[in-house]
Write a protein that binds this ligand. Sequence first.
Ligand code: NAD
Length: 294
Amino acid sequence: MAEIIDGREIARKLDEKTGAEIKAMLDAGQRRPGLAVILVGEDPASQVYVSRKIKACERVGIESSEYRLPADTGQDELLALIGRLNDDANVHGILCQVPLPPQIDTRLVLLAIDPAKDVDGFHPMNAGLLFTGSEGLVACTPSGVIHLLKSVVPDPTGMDALVIGRSNIVGKPVAMLLLNEGCTVTIAHSKTRNLPEIARRSDIIVAASGIAEMVKGGWVKPGAVLLDVGITRVRGENGKDRLVGDIAFDEVQHAGAVTPVPGGVGPMTIACLLANTVRAAKALDRGKARAPAA
Ligand code: NAD
């Protein structure tokens, strides 16, 4: 019987730690960490994600500020807002919810965010730091995946890990983190041949293709650790929608451990965002302490 990795509980513990760190910062006379969240347009899923992030900030004691801009906002206007937030000492983290409307070049927006405040970890500077194994702000979902993995395998050194998916926000950073943990990593994608065969020899599988239940029971080696990033909404037999992952959950009882969907990787993403905001606040404060007096 596979162990079910409880992402909600692990996220709750991480939030507790983040809350305690904030309290210690305030006790030491430091500024309360601040997160600015920008939402352009009215995409319903993005609105839900943004509200969840704002509520989570309140829960741990991060000061959040929300910038809701109309769908026809111009690129220059958005870049000007980011410039102001970059210069605002009360803002330690800036998050611009994607997807952005078509008139806005997402790459330019991500480049405009000060890497020291890039709590999503999407700036090429932070991606490069991760690539070189240096300290930077790491993308939240990948970071959450590693947390969950280490809750069942504290030291994955030498294990064979398969990452299904090569996106810049999930697949590639997860692969880099696994490599930094000493795993032997295979990255599979839409052009990969013999995926079931590669999966069957893997000790760890991170599934991030967005294809509902693509990883079948027969793909999974007994005892393997399965981390399911995928989220797909499907219509159930009762006519109600439900969320499913990339792993056929009911077929993998012979795995060592598996994350459920929902309640696995999802809750960790927000917990890691909060942790990144505190990390950014501490690093920015340290930087200020070192800066010469004007
Ligand atoms: P994406 O669409 O950018 O990337 C999907 C990847 O899957 C691509 O690299 C593609 O090459 C690969 N792929 C497609 N078909 C494949 C196949 N048949 N075999 C192997 N690989 C295949 O998606 P993304 O942004 O990386 O997100 C992936 C999934 O994770 C989605 O379901 C998304 O909703 C979910 N997600 C969840 C969270 C969370 O917090 N839980 C966060 C981000 C993304």
